[in-house]
Design a protein around this ligand. Structure first.
Ligand code: TXD
Length: 328
């Protein structure tokens, strides 16, 4: 039997590069492929590991019924012409390691990853996952030289999903009807907004008393920490991968989903020159627009405190990098 080709082969399939093939990166690769969204290039410094994960995922292709190509590599050249670059490379905090040391280590990794990836995919949109999230997103933007709408951080969508989960569990309602809204930085200073978190359009402030809402907010703030404590080695990865996949899907399919993401602010919410979680409309050009919600004075104050801490950490990271002549 012989096929004769009568049209040129289809070129440039949609491609997502994931730098850092650890727990989050590899689970994200699985989500993207199994939802049939795009081809995936998984890159890591560890030799053999991304290749092994890619082969394993590829062997499941006939069972999961998708047509996505999954490549594992240690070479940035293989990531060329990606539409989206996801940065999930980093080190977790080791016993005895300070937060400063972690910041320095991950800042170097993220800067290197950005410079290498952008060289091969100059038209890509960057989504950053590595912690400390808002700071790493800022450094990625600086190092890439990209316009701000093409760089964003994944955290708000995850924090909102966690809030949503705890609300649904508390009220005994289907998760499908619950929406959570969490702004601010990723960490203890995140800003959950009960007034904008709803069950079938009803704000939760109408359905739950203040003490219960405070308890759910506290659990949301500690959503990642609770998992780290239980797991002991490593942190959450299923929900982070799902959250990132939603962002990838909204961009590649130009869905205009409105989700909280770490975005560069230029006066919105009274804040400038900082990346922080705000509601963003995500489409094929990246962050298509930022929605400015009407916030109460205390909500605005909480957002500004959150932004101040990110700004402080950006300065600190840049000082650490300057000391090792790694500043971008
Ligand atoms: O909401 C969020 N943004 C987050 C953030 C939710 C979950 C995880 N979050 C952070 O993502 C976490 O604190 C880490 O900073 C990253 C990745 O988390 P993951 O759980 O996937 O960490 P792993 O399993 O340790 O994987 C990190 C991988 C690992 O395979 C390393 O070999 C690789 O990163 N790594 C590198 N890859 C490429 N290039 C370089 N330089 C490099 N250095 C390490």
């Amino acid at each position: 039997m012989n096929y004769t080709s009568y049209i040129p082969p289809l070129c440039n399939p949609t491609r997502v590069a994931i730098v850092g093939a650890g727990k989050v990166g590899s689970t994200l690769a699985q989500r993207i492929a199994e939802r049939n969204i795009a081809d995936v290039v998984l890159l890591d410094v560890v030799e053999g590991m991304p290749q092994a994960i890619a082969l394993d995922l590829t062997q499941a292709r006939g069972l999961e019924h998708h047509d996505c190509q999954i490549i594992g590599t240690n070479d940035y050249a293989d990531t060329a012409n990606s539409d989206i670059v996801v940065i999930s490379a980093g080190k977790p905090r080791q016993p005895g390691m300070s937060r400063d040391e972690l910041m320095k280590t991950n800042a170097k990794i993220v800067l290197e990853a950005t410079k290498q990836a952008i060289a091969y995919s100059p038209d890509a949109i960057f989504i950053v996952i590595t912690n400390p999230l808002d700071v790493m997103t800022y450094l990625t933007w600086q190092a890439s030289g990209l316009p701000p709408h093409r760089v964003m951080g994944m955290a708000g969508i995850l924090d909102s999903a966690r809030f949503q989960t705890f609300i649904a569990m508390e009220l005994g309602v289907s998760i499908v009807d619950v929406k959570g809204m969490v702004l601010g930085s990723h960490g203890e200073l995140m800003v959950p907004l009960p007034r904008y978190s709803t069950v079938s359009g009803i704000p939760i402030t109408e359905l739950l008393d203040a003490a219960t809402i405070d308890r759910l907010i506290e659990r949301t703030r500690n959503g990642g920490g609770e998992i780290v404590e239980l797991m002991r080695t490593g942190g959450a990865y299923f929900a982070p991968a799902s959250s990132t996949c939603e962002m990838v899907e909204s961009i590649l399919f130009n869905q205009s989903r409105l989700v909280p993401a770490a975005a560069y602010l230029q006066g919105e919410y009274g804040l400038k020159d900082v990346f922080i979680g705000v509601p963003c409309r995500l489409g094929c050009r990246g962050i298509e627009s930022i929605l400015e919600l009407n916030l109460t004075d205390s909500e605005t104050t909480a957002l500004h405190i959150s932004a101040e801490s990110v700004r402080h950490n950006i300065e600190f990271a840049n000082q650490l990098l300057a000391a090792t002549s790694h500043k971008c």
